[in-house]
Design a binder for this molecule. Structure first.
Ligand SMILES: NC(=O)C1=CN([C@@H]2O[C@H](COP(=O)(O)OP(=O)(O)OC[C@H]3O[C@@H](n4cnc5c(N)ncnc54)[C@H](OP(=O)(O)O)[C@@H]3O)[C@@H](O)[C@H]2O)C=CC1
Ligand SMILES: CC(=O)N[C@@H](CCC(=O)OP(=O)(O)O)C(=O)O
Length: 347
């Protein structure tokens, strides 16, 4: 039997994750992007905004209200948080939603309001959405209608930390996460902090002690560990590069236990490589342009401490790639469909 091709609308295709979703879907055998939406840039061809997407399958960027929703099977929400829920809650109920924003990531609407400073317009839906860290949610993703893709930092960090939570093999009182992102993590919108001169030839921390990804990370760690008191120290930094995310987790535990737990968790996972102990540290360029995640474990010279490094591409595993991986799992397909063709771009 021939597989039906799902018709996808990419909401926010004139932004970075939307354009990346369109790019990646071109490799997908069973999903076709047939609608692309934008706001200020609606009215243009997608290839005039993103010339690299020119050629086959060019799309008109239209407003979401002009999409012919009766023809759409799945929507990828690549919109700013807040805008995302406002639009998603107006869509027909038969359209499957894979949301890349933070709008449906919080299982507790009160925690959402605390982190984002607004009331959720559909608190019961955020409570029941599936948190789509693909490798850790495969079963619950099957048949799901609404999936919240994790943030790019939470993706890289939880890929490292979740396998250490159950059984709990690290001390949860001393988790310190030093994280770095390329500037595409901040989106394509014009912001002073993203100007070339503000980003190049330097680096700086931001959101120190306050970043909104901290409660998202803590939510998932506590759920996995069956606890409610895990807190983490998380410090993100902006690096002068377009894409890539690098996290260094400083933990208290046994290096061999940590290595064994990570190897066991990802033994059969196509996108995750746990490097052998003693390997050179992974580089964001080893996963650039792919849905891969590489993890490496090191003993600290301080007795009883372990350092674990994870790298992903924020625009692929950290957003659009994982979104497609999630759709594959929702549909009961091979999770790697359309994504296993990607090969890292180095240097
Ligand atoms: N960048 C990343 O690495 C990651 C991003 N995310 C999340 O994914 C989502 C998209 O991020 P990203 O692609 O970087 O963002 P961008 O700023 O690059 O793109 C935002 C998109 O949303 C559209 N948009 C903005 N405002 C409105 C509105 N009021 N109504 C309708 N459409 C609107 C924009 O249209 P137009 O330009 O035409 O005005 C654009 O297409 C965000 O929620 C982000 O937090 C998650 C993980 C990683
Ligand atoms: C470099 C940079 O600015 N990164 C963004 C995170 C991108 C991401 O994952 O964001 P969402 O949780 O909004 O989806 C930030 O720190 O806010």
């Amino acid at each position: 039997m021939t597989q039906k091709t799902l018709k996808a609308a990419v909401l926010g295709a004139s932004g970075y994750t939307g354009a990346e979703t369109v790019r990646l879907l071109r490799n997908h055998p069973h999903v076709e992007a047939v609608a692309a939406t934008g706001n200020a840039l609606a009215g243009q061809k997608l290839s005039s905004i993103f010339p690299h997407l020119g050629g086959r399958g060019d799309l008109d960027v239209i407003k979401a209200e002009d999409v012919r929703w009766d023809e759409i099977d799945v929507a990828f929400g690549c919109l700013p948080h807040g805008t995302s829920q406002d639009l998603i809650e107006t869509l027909p109920s038969n359209v499957k939603i894979v949301d890349l924003s933070s709008d449906y990531r919080f299982r507790d609407p009160v925690a959402y309001s605390k982190a984002y400073g607004r009331e959720h317009i559909a608190p019961e839906r955020t409570a029941s959405a599936i948190y789509g860290l693909s490798e850790h949610a495969a079963e619950s993703l099957k048949g799901a209608d609404l999936v919240a893709c994790p943030g790019c930092y939470p993706t890289a960090i939880l890929m490292v930390l979740l396998p250490l939570m159950s059984p709990l093999i690290i001390d949860t009182d001393s988790i310190i996460i030093d994280a770095k992102s390329g500037a595409s993590g901040a989106g394509r919108g014009l912001k002073e902090g993203n100007l070339f001169c503000e980003v190049t030839e330097g680096t700086h921390a931001y959101g120190v002690g306050t970043h909104r990804h901290t409660p998202e990370i803590e939510q998932e760690l506590n759920l996995r560990a069956g606890k409610s008191d895990i807190e983490v120290t998380f410090t993100p930094h902006l690096l002068p590069m377009a894409r890539g995310e690098h996290v260094t987790c400083h933990l208290r535990g046994d290096v061999h236990d940590v290595q064994a737990a990570l190897e066991a968790a990802y033994a059969n996972q196509p996108f995750v490589t746990v490097l052998p102990l003693g390997s050179p540290p992974p580089d964001t360029r080893h996963v650039r342009g792919t849905n891969d995640c590489r993890i490496a474990v090191y003993p600290d010279r301080v007795k009883g401490r372990v350092i674990v490094i994870g790298v992903i591409d924020n625009l692929v595993k950290g957003s659009s790639g994982q979104a497609i991986q999630n759709l594959n799992l929702m549909m009961g397909w091979d999770q790697a469909l359309g994504l296993d063709v990607l090969v890292p771009l180095f240097p």
